[in-house]
Design a protein around this ligand. Structure first.
Ligand code: FES
Ligand SMILES: [Fe+2]
Length: 416
């Protein structure tokens, strides 16, 4: 006799994901909590709701600030199915707009590009300046028109803010500032002075897995020994600590990072002015919902997740270098680049297997390891909040729960 659940998920009762009742396993304390059900990773209904309630209301990572360096550069990004334009105006200030003409709604731009002073609609050539002001309506009122004031037909504005060297956008006019969204994280990272770090290399990878599997995998080091034997030499299991204050993020730190077995990882010059803790650590931060940052003393590896379908995610990968590293020899950078590509490929392989298993129809939610998977519990609860419609920024780790979770909080270096 089999205890497998029904093979066809359609025979299972549908859940209302906007209700607390659907999140009972997530809301339990970590010692009793369950992982998310398979539907959260495979169902079109869940994905559609998530586009509205997660990507339609959060501060979503949309790019790196230096992507807007060319004058007139415009980024085209999808936020929960809604296309937005991100640019700088003539004074250099950030601006965001809905990507839809105010005449009859045509999509203005299809992909990233540079414009001169004007964003032009291809249909009837209405034009908008980089403040979104309607500045051209060719032949529109040749025969006269009543009560038409171009000032009322500027592009609909969308909020854009810079945090470090990262650009974030939200469709929610009521959302707190991006600084408040990430709570104390900006202060924790002050010493890196990330606003001056610059993109050195970018690449894009499509992955056959749900976006949450990628960030969840990033948040736990339970798999480190078996999936990443090389990474485990420089970021040792026993040197991991929680790194979570109040804010919409989940984090861990490796302190100290090790060069005993692999010195090649630290071959590039470190950023100037780091304190002893930053100088000795790797900060691994999953910013809710779609950013993954690995910050080392001499480089950062940033992944922006673009959720394309329940089982398909595009990773936009950027390697950032601190000021003073512009002339790093290609060979030195290649070592760091290739290291991350190898680690990332190991993650992609196991995460794609996760998607296959979750899609099999046989999975019922498992339990979470308190020591290794507490950040997932924090992430799942942020997800639940947003899906239910609760605007809440989680508290930080209390600091006195090491016996409970088996790992301490953000130590000073050389703690042993
Ligand atoms: S729809 Fe854009 S100018 Fe007509
Ligand atoms: Fe991993």
């Amino acid at each position: 006799m089999s205890d497998l659940p029904a093979k066809n998920p359609s025979t299972l009762p549908a859940r209302d994901w906007t209700s607390e009742d659907a999140w009972i396993g997530t809301r339990r304390p970590i010692l009793e909590a369950h992982a998310l059900p398979a539907d959260a990773y495979t169902s079109e209904d869940f994905f559609s709701l998530e586009r509205d309630r997660i990507f339609g209301t959060s501060w979503v990572l949309v790019g790196i600030a230096d992507e807007l360096d060319p004058v007139g550069q415009v980024l085209v990004r999808d936020l929960g199915g809604r296309s937005v334009l991100i640019t700088r105006n003539a004074a250099g200030d950030l601006r965001g707009f809905a990507n839809s003409c105010r005449h009859r709604g045509t999509q203005l731009l299809e992909a990233d590009c540079t414009v001169d002073s004007t964003i032009r609609c291809s249909y009837h050539r209405w034009g908008y300046d980089r403040d979104g002001v309607l500045v051209a309506t060719p032949q529109f009122a040749d025969a006269g028109i009543d009560g038409f004031d171009p000032a009322e037909y500027g592009l609909h504005a969308v909020r854009v803010e810079q945090w470090g060297c990262l650009l974030f956008t939200t469709l929610d006019p009521e959302a707190p500032s991006v600084d408040d969204w990430f709570g104390d994280l900006g202060e924790r990272l002050t010493g890196y002075r990330l606003d001056a770090w610059r993109s050195h290399h970018t690449q894009t990878i499509d992955i056959r897995a749900n976006w949450k599997l990628l960030t969840e995998n990033f948040q736990e080091y339970y798999h480190l020994r078996w999936v990443h034997p090389e990474l485990a030499k420089v970021s040792r299991v026993e040197d991991h600590y929680r790194y979570q204050g109040p804010g919409m993020y989940c984090g861990q730190t490796t302190t100290p990072i090790s060069s005993d077995e692999r010195g090649d990882w630290t071959i590039m010059r470190p950023a100037e002015g780091l304190d002893a803790s930053d100088m000795a650590s790797g900060r691994f931060l999953a910013l809710f919902p779609n950013a993954m940052l690995s910050i080392l003393p001499n480089h950062a590896f940033v992944i922006r997740l673009e959720a394309l379908a329940p089982g398909l995610t595009r990773e936009h990968c950027t390697w950032l270098l601190p000021p003073g590293s512009e002339d790093v020899p290609d060979g030195d950078f290649a070592v760091t680049h290739d290291f991350w590509i190898d680690v990332n490929n190991e993650d992609i392989d196991v995460v794609q297997r996760g998607q296959v298993g979750l899609s099999s129809g046989s999975y019922t939610p498992g339990r979470l390891s308190p020591r290794y998977e507490e950040p997932l519990h924090r992430f799942h609860n942020m997800l639940a909040d947003r899906m239910i419609g609760i605007s809440r920024i989680p508290d930080g780790d209390p600091g006195d729960d090491a016996p409970l979770l088996g790992t301490g909080v953000n130590p000073l270096p050389w703690h042993r």
